[in-house]
Design a protein around this ligand. Structure first.
Ligand code: C2E
Ligand code: MG
Ligand code: MG
Length: 389
């Protein structure tokens, strides 16, 4: 990108100029100016709106919109050095950004345009900004969904279902995975992957997680018996990082006089996992007899370093491998290798997404101890699993 130099008093651009370029100030200062109409027919008055310096962008608003500049930009120090940034490059970054941020940015730009036009007394331009429909911002759907999720949470309208986990050797149901469900009156059933992801982008995942733990404890209480099953709750990295989570879980378990080991957590591999934080959280769980599973093993940002670094009690083989068992030799080799490796490092293995007797048979022969999937049972409401025991 070309580095440009301007001397004091030189214009980088003037209002009305069209150039598909923004500037990053490398050295010196730039003033953004506009002309305000004089009072009662007097001559227009030039005003300085902003003084920008090293590290700040200038002309970016026009580059974002691909429209003419609304202000004059003037070099305000002896020498001003700027790096020209192609407008296309700026727009590509914005297109790749979070839709929520995009909506916020577009709203701000539209507001700036109109305020500047009003300041200049340019009625046509001000009306143009007003008339130009903004339409549905790319992030508006997300804002709406997030708001509805907050309401659903406050009104306790989320539902938690329990999917059975079976010991392959005995055929006994030894535990359940808690899976959250949201049936929104406006959106209908929302895919958990979608709203969990949305909740993870904000701190909303923390109260959602607390809600699921509340339900999991209610389930453990209802399922109490000589062969107490466990309930496994999915937790995200942000939840793990929230202070006091494990202490609150332990306090609830103790208040209900439930046995150690009855509540487990499942962590999904994610790019955002901070290794030190996860290692600490796992050690913390172990100190309080809370089992920790590595969920969806073999997908996403999986790397073997996770197995080496962290003391997982069990590993859940992702359903993608299980579904491929009948059609791919490779999948069979990979599943055998995962089971052998997990067992060698002292972790138990749960296969997810088991849908056929042939898959179950293969998994048993490969040495996998637990199975979960539609063959064994779908995620069900608590009322359905309690009488079955
Ligand atoms: P997951 O933890 O890997 O959960 C297993 C998912 O596989 C569930 O999808 C379950 O319904 C589905 N499943 C189970 N057996 C079968 C099968 O035999 N065949 C097929 N095709 N699918 C099967 P679900 O409920 O849509 O959840 C998706 C993901 O959302 C979960 O994946 C988990 O990562 C996340 N999630 C669900 N509930 C929570 C929660 O309370 N907290 C957090 N942080 N994440 C959650
Ligand atoms: Mg899970
Ligand atoms: Mg899983």
């Amino acid at each position: 990108m070309p580095l440009l130099t301007f001397r004091a008093g030189q214009y980088l651009f003037r209002a009305g100029d069209r150039a598909d370029v923004g500037y990053l100030i490398e050295d010196g200062a730039v003033e953004l100016r506009t002309r305000r109409p004089g009072r009662e027919g007097g001559s227009p008055k030039e005003i300085v709106l902003l003084r920008l310096s090293r590290g700040e962008l200038v002309g970016d608003m026009a580059a974002v919109e691909g429209r003419a500049h609304s202000l004059d930009a003037l070099a305000a120090t002896d020498e001003v050095c700027v790096l020209a940034i192609d407008g296309q490059q700026i727009r590509e970054r914005i297109a790749a950004a979070d839709p929520t941020l995009r909506t916020l940015l577009e709203g701000q730009i539209k507001r700036n345009r109109r305020m500047l036009a009003l300041l200049r007394g340019d009625a046509a331009d001000a009306q143009g900004a007003l008339d130009r429909p903004s339409g549905e911002g790319p992030g508006s759907g997300k804002f709406r969904l997030e708001n509805h999720l907050r309401e659903a949470l406050a009104e306790r309208r989320l539902e938690v279902r329990y999917q059975p986990i079976m010991a392959i050797g005995s055929g006994q149901i030894v535990g359940y995975e808690a899976l959250v469900r949201w049936n929104d009156p406006e959106h209908g059933p929302v895919d958990p992957e979608q709203f969990i992801h949305l909740a993870e982008e904000t701190s909303l995942i923390v109260p959602v997680g607390e809600y699921v733990f509340d339900a999991a404890f209610a389930a453990l209480d209802a399922l109490r018996g000589p062969a107490q099953p466990f309930v496994a709750v999915n937790v995200s990295a942000r939840q793990l990082a929230s202070p006091g989570l494990i202490e609150r879980v332990v306090a609830r378990r103790e208040a209900l006089h439930l046995p150690a080991g009855c509540i487990k957590v499942e962590i999904t591999e994610s790019q955002t996992l901070d290794p030190q934080q996860v290692a600490q959280a796992i050690a913390h769980c172990h100190a309080h007899a809370i089992g920790v599973s590595l969920d969806d093993f073999g997908t996403r940002y999986a790397h073997l370093a996770h197995l080496h670094q962290f003391a997982f009690d069990s590993i859940k083989i992702d359903q993608g491998f299980v579904h491929a068992l009948q059609v791919s030799d490779k999948a069979r080799h990979i599943v055998r290798a995962i089971v052998d490796m997990a067992r060698a490092i002292g972790a138990q293995v749960v296969a997810e997404g088991v849908e056929t007797p042939a898959q179950l048979e293969f998994l048993g022969q490969a040495g996998c101890q637990f199975a979960q999937g539609f063959l064994i049972g779908k995620a069900q409401p608590l009322e359905t699993i309690v009488p079955a025991r």
